[in-house]
Design a protein around this ligand. Structure first.
Ligand code: RP5
Length: 157
């Protein structure tokens, strides 16, 4: 069991780190790599075709701009792919990233989270794994309780 967290550039890491941190908090093994749709296209295809053969169960892919990484991985992999649109330096307010990842053609889904929403990508990946791994599902339930408790503490003030 493993989640792959891949991104188009090292510059995406500060955003993607939130997914990595959540998965580690849930004690889920994580593989982290830089895979660029445009700069390393052959690595993308090789990674996408082989990920499910290497113990990976879910792919989280983050990219900015003309963000083709999540969609191309979804095109060649049988695994669920969660896409994280990243607001990169030269983006047009992040809409380029959002629309590139969100507007997939029928038959090739990418579960797209919010702009820079890497933490939710980590949570969603853990929830997918939690269907078959009850200890992970229990961890998610505990996490949700902590969210509730944090709100209740604040509202008591
Ligand atoms: C995309 O281009 C990456 O995912 C990144 O968000 C953006 C900018 O990349 P760098 O120029 O910082 O390497 O491919």
């Amino acid at each position: 069991m493993k989640v792959a967290v891949v991104m188009g550039s090292q510059s995406d890491l500060p955003v993607m780190q939130e997914a990595i941190d959540f998965l580690k908090e849930m004690q889920i093994p994580v593989l982290v790599d830089i895979v660029s749709a445009h700069r390393t296209p052959e690595k993308l295809i090789s990674f996408g075709k082989n990920a499910h053969l290497q113990g990976i169960d879910v792919i989280i892919a983050g990219a900015g701009g003309a963000a083709h990484l999540p969609g191309m991985l979804a095109a060649v992999s049988p695994l669920p792919v969660i896409g994280v649109p990243i607001k990169s330096r030269n983006s047009i307010d992040g809409w380029d990233s959002v629309l590139s990842i969100l507007q997939m053609p029928a038959g090739v889904p990418v579960a797209t989270v919010a702009l820079n929403g890497a933490k939710n990508a980590g949570i969603l990946a853990a929830q997918i794994l939690g269907v078959a791994h009850k200890e992970i599902q229990e961890g998610i339930s505990q996490y949700k309780k902590s969210l509730e408790a944090a709100v209740l503490v604040t509202s008591d003030k």
